[in-house]
Design a protein around this ligand. Sequence first.
Ligand code: C5P
Length: 264
Amino acid sequence: MTNTSPLSQTSRPGTPARPRRLLITAGPTHEPIDSVRFIGNRSSGKLGIAIAQAAARRGDRVTLLLGPVGTETTALADTGVVTRRFRTSADLQTLLVRHFRSCDLLIMAAAVADFRPKRPPAAGEKLKRSAQGLTLRLEPTPDLVAACAAARRTRHPQQIVGFALEPASRLAWSAKEKLIRKRLNAVVANPLETMDSDRIHATVYGFDDGRPTALAATGSRLAKAAFGPWLLRVIDQLPPHASPEGPISRPKGSSRRPVRPPAR
Ligand code: C5P
């Protein structure tokens, strides 16, 4: 595993020629309870925006799908980033359906809410406060990044990088589990404990010889502003295909059956 300077600076054979078409998602989703209330994750979208700007600066063609954050998008347009906005996971799903097929690399940094109200609110509805309280029935949102992975082009492989934000105690396990279950090329693992910090302590997991492995780490808590270029250099070194041939063993401690990679 490498520290602050990832892997090596040379490109592997098979890495698509630049400029690459990047699709980056950032920010939370807001799942409406009524016209004014929602369920959502705490997310500023700053990390995804920083990655988008770093990619545009080095000449990649970048489309940023940006959630409900207060960011002014004219500054993004000045750097060459094309921005499309979403509010709900359903909006983001629609945008991914539209944009995923034509990208070479998807970086899924959006903090998609895992649940949404089962009953969509009626237009103009605002729930009244009541002494009985309120019980909401929630349903899981579709796993958008896993759906993209399942819909990958078979020719000209598309790379997909997901994120994992978990307590440090189960971070490595969760990152490897998401890498396999969602069929991603890499997962960027961040400890929950650094969420409000201006520094990042990320580890990138990917496949090495068929096994989920920590490929690179920022080591000594990198400034978030420097994270975009760092991550892009790590991604440049990933092999073009997500999963190795043959079954992949689940991470140690998992009781589920081994997962087979998709047929190509
Ligand atoms: O399963 P979990 O939410 O921890 O996985 C995080 C990764 O999966 C992130 O890359 C996030 O953008 C993506 N995700 C998704 N659809 C969901 C939930 C998470 O694409 N419904």
